[in-house]
Design a protein around this ligand. Sequence first.
Ligand SMILES: Nc1ncnc2c1ncn2[C@@H]1O[C@H](COP(=O)(O)OP(=O)(O)OP(=O)(O)O)[C@@H](O)[C@H]1O
Length: 814
Amino acid sequence: MARKKTSNTSRKKNQKSNFRNRLSKLSSWERVGGILSIGLFFFALYLLISLISFLLSGGADQSQLSLTAREILTNPNLKIENVGGKWGANMADWFINRGIGLASFGVVYLLLILAIKLGRIHKVSLSRNFGYGIFLIIWTSVALGYFMAPLYEQSYLYPGGAYGFFISQWFNSVIGNVGTFFLLMATMLICIIIAFENAWPVMRKWMTRVKKQPATDAPLSDEEVYSEPKAPVINEKDDAFAKVVEEDDEVEVVYADDKNKEDDIEIELEPEPEENSPLQKTEGDKEKGPKDPELEVEKRKEDDVVDSIQQDLSEDYDPTLDLSRYEFPSLDLLKEWSTGNPQVTNEELIANKNRIVETLKNYNIEIVKIKATSGPTITLYEIVPAPGIRISKIKNLEDDIALSLAALGIRIIAPIPGKGTVGIEVPNRKPEIVSMRSIIASRTFQESEYELPIALGKTISNETYAVDLTKMPHILVAGATGQGKSVGLNAIITSLVYKKHPSQLKFVFVDPKKVELNLYSVMEKHYLAKMPGEDDPIITDVQKVKNTLNSLNLEMDNRYDLLKKAHARNIKEYNQKFISRRLNPEKGFRYLPYIVVVIDEFADLIMTAGKEIELPIARIAQLARAVGIHMIIATQRPSTNIITGVIKANFPARIAFRVASMVDSRTILDSPGANQLIGKGDMLVSTGSSLTRVQCAFVDTPEVESIVHFIGEQPGYPTAFLLPEYMDESSDEPGAVDLKNRDDLFDEAARLVVLNQTGSTSAIQRKFSIGYNRAGRIMDQLEAAGVVGPNEGSKARQVLLQDEYSLEQLLNNL
Ligand SMILES: Nc1ncnc2c1ncn2[C@@H]1O[C@H](COP(=O)(O)OP(=O)(O)OP(=O)(O)O)[C@@H](O)[C@H]1O
């Protein structure tokens, strides 16, 4: 025993000294890199100055430079104009005239890149820069040699250098003048297609645009088809291409994962799991009793991350033109919280496995196989019990296992659906924070084709967990105070903002607590929707919540009318038709952004307003999915009088953070489990059919602030997105119409009605570009004034005045 202990300590000492050796080696290499970097940097600068000076004074130095290099360097009487002196002049002549011409500036660029890389000043891709750089240098030299050939005889300067000239001449002789031209064009286009992912779609679209025919598959009548003026189309194309080039030119983003791979791999102290001594140590334990099952450790899946965010603007995408200069927030606004290194050591895995096996053995439960999969905060031990063992027996041992592992938050899943194993989830000793940055940068999220992608966090197998809100289609979030609910809401909002343009998405924020969602008011003119006349875009007052929810109901009805007229079944189809210009805006069609309604502290609202709130919410939840209105409601108090049957039935997707009791867990998830979570963003996501344990991505308030400020500082729409006006039913009754407070448009509307001899509300709405409610109110006032008759259902009202003369008389008497 004592020997074992001493061998352990000596092993640790060895590891430490190894570590120190490697560290000192690493730092001396870093110093060498720094020295080389500085040297290269100044050399590149000197070369740049010499090249520029050569262009300005090369003609004057020309006679001197025809001497041999030796003569130039040794003769002290030679006067040289070049700022770089004799050496600089000679070098510039060598590079430009005798070498590769103006493409020599590319060499300076490559030297600077090398300096940056050697000094580890910034993360740059050497292969990418050198690959494309060398190609561009050769191409430019040959192209200049080809296009500027006549200049070679007249000027001291050879734009493509001697090499560029000779190569272009050689091509000329082999494939002719035209052939060389085509070769140059083709190689450049191919290079662009290889370098920029979106280049080919843009080029292809441009080519098809040139010979574009009007859309033929429109199922709508002729009058609904209209053609857009050409100008914006051309702008859009140019803009899209400019955007692609700009985005691809962005500086590469460094992620912790990459950094670790590159910098830390040498000082990795973790022994390989295969030749792991602790694993073999367990072999010895075997002698004590009947064969212990071996622990199979699931390899941690590292989620792939992308280099930079690419927004898909290459599609035929009209609405973004409103804010065509809008820039999406960059990854740099988010912090890297996690280290990217697995926090669970093999010792911990083995110790936990032994305890689980022992506890089960004490109750005569034999295990055939045990496998561990470690996530950011939880490790899942999957066990296959020996034949004949009743699963419910294991389930009952939850508390005993928790006791033996001395850990909170142990959850037993018996059996794991679809797997035939029993799962025991054990919290890691050192939980890892899942940063929002790593989730947003993950390929899963970036390459998702979801309409409204939401990145929630990482699953137990360390994979990014992202869902499509349009499929959910509404989410109920619950959890006791301080367990990560607000962070969860911020993560949801952040992921939507990172993926959706302001023209495609609007939020309605309801926050009775007044502080949680207030910070989003900065992006009012980009992403928020509110009722006309409201000052504050974040709704905190219960009466206003009621009105806004009813207004959303009206918006939903209006949208259904639009969908019906457009013969579209859902918002996606409708918007596609609108984008392909098959719906005429003059007929009242408009692009429909998605609307996401976020309600925090739902319990507060229900307690104060009850049914008045519950009913419009339930109606939206039941119907609004097809027209792109989605709800996320969050509550601290998951009791049955708050989350009623009506709400539950309409919110199949639920997210549960840690709650106080099993009853609360059942209220949210219809099953226990949320009471066994460990808090701090540990959550269970139920999508109706499945229950997934996810560690929520962490985004703190300063990060959210920097994102909303980044958005808020950009030019936005003139106002927030306006929802339809909503008036209380009571004041809508004709009896309540007060003709003393007539609408400003009353007189004009009356003239329109009398002139057309039709009392149609939608005609007033169209003519004056006002909301349906206001037009309805004007119609009621016209009825009260005796201009039109009573409402006749779907038919237009009867007009009671026959000519303008009688109308003017009536108006004078009012
Ligand atoms: N995903 C996460 N990862 C790591 N830590 C987290 C995470 N989510 C929350 N936390 C920690 O828990 C604390 C409380 O989180 P949060 O403010 O979201 O709780 P809450 O449920 O909204 O509380 P309340 O209902 O009182 O507002 C945070 O300050 C943070 O330290």
